[in-house]
Design a binder for this molecule. Structure first.
Ligand SMILES: *Cc1c(COP(=O)(O)O)cnc(C)c1O
Length: 234
């Protein structure tokens, strides 16, 4: 079995190779290590091996581990209930999973209470999978407008997408391509609180094709830390 450090090196090579295929470099694609179900010790091993950013999908896990993990940027990447925003608002540097205006309003309110401006991504469900969160491609522009108009404590940094699982990731490239199109389109909106820099697409099994379709932030868990044991997740 490879160590966490060896896995990270391998992923960095793969991401650089994919980026090179589309005229970019590995540095143009941010690696966020997904640490759900992992212990603080495992996460710290990843940080020692070079991870600068980690992603969690449950509020409870962020709270449980926060004090034991070395300095790093935390990303909230999972579905976020409005009543839990208050617990993480001062801990995470970006929320990838904004999938309703109601959630944006709550983030805006809590960020205001802490005197901060929260970076967010809008989660787009381009495959319209019932089982996944995210808004439809049709609703994206309206939500961006609403947030810019009414949420002074939010800065919109880009879009996020979770593609359906496919044995052959080439089969789902179209869903990444669709979100990339929106990213290019809405990134042109002129507004002081819209600053597109992140297109968060791609996980362990599909991050290479996601990069080929324009992703510049990949969320990788299993390929770094190994298979997850969900019985460890609260
Ligand atoms: C778990 C998770 C990932 C990472 O998945 P892997 O297949 O382990 O790389 C990425 N994004 C989100 C939103 C997740 O919940």
């Amino acid at each position: 079995m490879r160590t966490i450090k060896e896995n990270i090196e391998k992923i960095n090579e793969m991401k650089a190779a994919a980026a090179a295929q589309c005229g970019r470099t590995g540095d143009d694609v941010l690696l966020v290590g997904v640490t759900k179900t992992r212990t603080a010790d495992e996460i710290n091993e990843g940080i020692d091996a070079g991870l600068t950013d980690i992603g969690e999908n449950k509020v409870q896990e962020i709270m449980d581990k926060y004090d034991f993990v070395k300095p790093v940027r935390w990303h909230m990447i999972g579905h976020l209930q409005t009543n839990k925003v208050k617990y993480i608002i001062d801990k995470v540097s970006m929320i990838h999973s904004v999938d309703s205006y109601k959630l944006a309003e709550e983030i805006n309110k809590r960020a205001g209470q802490h005197g901060l401006v929260m970076d967010i991504l809008i989660q787009v469900n381009s495959a319209q999978e019932e089982s996944k969160f995210g808004i439809s491609t049709d609703e994206t522009e309206e939500m961006i407008r609403q947030i810019l108009e009414n949420c002074p404590n939010i800065r919109i940094r880009g879009l996020m997408c979770i593609a359906p699982f496919a044995e052959d990731p080439n089969d789902i490239r179209v869903y990444f391509a669709e979100v990339k199109k929106l990213y290019d389109q809405y990134g042109k909106i002129q507004h002081e609180r819209l600053d597109f820099q992140y297109l968060s697409m791609g996980m362990s099994h599909d991050f290479e094709v996601a990069i080929l379709e324009g992703s510049n932030l990949v969320r990788v868990g299993t390929a770094i830390f190994g298979e997850r044991d969900y019985s460890k997740q609260k």
